[in-house]
Design a protein. Structure first.
Ligand code: ADP
Ligand code: ASP
Ligand code: MG
Length: 406
């Protein structure tokens, strides 16, 4: 007997027929004698609708009320799946975040899970009851509902698996696993049988939304065996695991892209100590995440330009903050551009192979794509390019690194 966490995303619970299908999939595990905790997302499209409604009601919304609205979708799918399971004579009940409870940090809208008290759940699992848990939500210190950021049900599932000591955490979605790149834009993308936690972490944080970044971090820290697989087809998926479990490692395992980027340039910023600290300090204070940063040495020793990127949704806020602190920083101009995308190549093999970045730059040059900003880590190279070339760039790189399916 094993203890399993099974997570189903939005398209997997999109309508009653899909929910019945999921109930049957869960029943299979129960019939095999396993204890099962299921985590569900909202039905496809629901969260987007709720986000829009909250924005229409109030553009500068109170994040606590935003959370009350957008967390509602998961409540519906959890209740419906519990009903569908009961209909198959499988004992089941739904659990909302506060009922478990899942305790989170205070940052409404993108809270982090701090603790899950699994005791009540484990008691019920021991009695043979299936727990159907609303993902994406928890209880903040102010005793109010908090949500975990878009795609957060993945994190609910992994955190729960760690809390109840599950043997496996299966993430069921609308593709067969983790691919070399988004299979929806590159038909030649290949499914990976295995991927390391580190690579998956980079893929997710560079834009591959198949798993929420935070869920991979948690899986890595708590050593949770995560498998990504299709809820539509009965096929083996992708196992996210330690490097040691992978026999043949490619130099580059995947390519990710993100269109959720905006570029900001401050021209003629004073070239003296403390300036970068005050620019990025004021953004950090406002919880703005800064990603790529470039600064050149100044020609005249007096002033230089600084370019950096933030999430597209943070652009207006960032521009306002920098305008407010302009006197302290003394830049000449603030130039913004949201017509950009970030494309990244990822692979642990880069640590021991030279020429990976060069191959990327050549492949982009061959397509006439201009590189605006470059950033690297030990296992990744990212470039910022004009948004309209995203798909072209991803396809060209996929071919250049020999990742195309035969
Ligand atoms: P769910 O609703 O099940 O959580 P998501 O839409 O959040 O599903 O994530 C699955 C989607 O992630 C896929 O439909 C696919 O388009 C996208 N995706 C992006 N990069 C990858 C990748 N490298 N491998 C697999 N899927 C990817
Ligand atoms: N329903 C939430 C979202 O759409 C959480 C999730 O699906 O993981 O972002
Ligand atoms: Mg998702």
């Amino acid at each position: 007997m094993a203890r399993l966490v099974m997570k189903f995303g939005g398209t997997s619970v999109a309508d009653i027929e899909r929910i019945r299908h999921v109930a049957n999939r869960v029943k299979r595990e129960v019939d095999d004698g396993h204890q099962v905790a299921v985590v569900v997302s909202a039905m496809a499209g629901t969260t987007d609708n709720l986000v829009n409604l909250a924005r229409q009601a109030s553009a500068m919304h109170d994040a606590r009320e935003y959370d009350v609205v957008v967390s509602a979708g998961e409540q519906i799918s959890a209740g419906l799946l519990a009903l569908a399971l009961q209909n198959l004579d499988v004992p089941a009940r739904s659990w909302l975040g506060w009922q478990i409870p899942v305790s989170t940090s205070a940052v409404h809208g993108s809270a982090r899970i701090l603790d899950i008290d699994g005791s009540l759940l484990e008691e019920r699992l021991g009695e043979g009851q299936v727990a159907v848990i609303a993902g994406f939500q928890g209880l903040a210190p102010d005793n109010r509902i908090a949500t975990l950021g878009r795609g957060g049900s993945d994190t609910s599932a992994v955190a729960l698996a760690a809390a109840i000591g599950a043997d496996r955490c299966d993430i069921f979605t609308d593709v067969e696993g983790v691919f070399t790149t988004d299979p929806r834009i590159v038909a030649q993308a290949r499914k990976l049988d295995k991927i390391t936690y580190e690579e998956m972490l980079e893929m997710a944080s560079q834009g591959a939304k198949v798993l929420q970044t935070r869920s991979v971090e948690l899986a890595m820290v708590h050593n949770v065996r995560v498998q990504v697989l299709s809820s539509f087809e009965d096929k083996p998926g992708t196992l996210v695991c330690d490097e040691g479990e992978i026999v043949e490692q490619e130099v580059v395992s995947g390519i990710a892209y993100s269109k959720d980027e905006a570029k900001i340039t401050l021209t003629r910023v004073a070239d003296r100590p403390g300036v970068a600290a005050s620019i990025f300090g004021s953004l950090a204070d406002a919880n703005v995440n800064v990603d790529m940063i470039v600064q050149n040495i100044s020609e005249d020793g007096a002033a230089t330009d600084i370019t950096f990127t933030v999430g597209r949704g943070d652009l207006e806020r960032t521009a306002k903050i920098l305008t407010d602190v302009r006197d302290g920083i003394a830049y000449a101009q603030l130039v913004t551009d949201s017509n950009v995308a970030k494309v990244s190549v990822i692979g642990v093999g880069m640590r021991s192979h030279a020429g990976v970045a060069q191959r990327m730059f050549s492949a982009l040059a061959e397509k006439g794509i201009n590189i605006q900003v470059i950033s690297t880590s030990e296992i990744k190279v990212s470039v910022l390019i004009a948004a309209e070339y995203t798909e072209l760039a991803v396809r060209a790189l996929h071919t250049a690194y020999g990742l195309d399916a035969a």
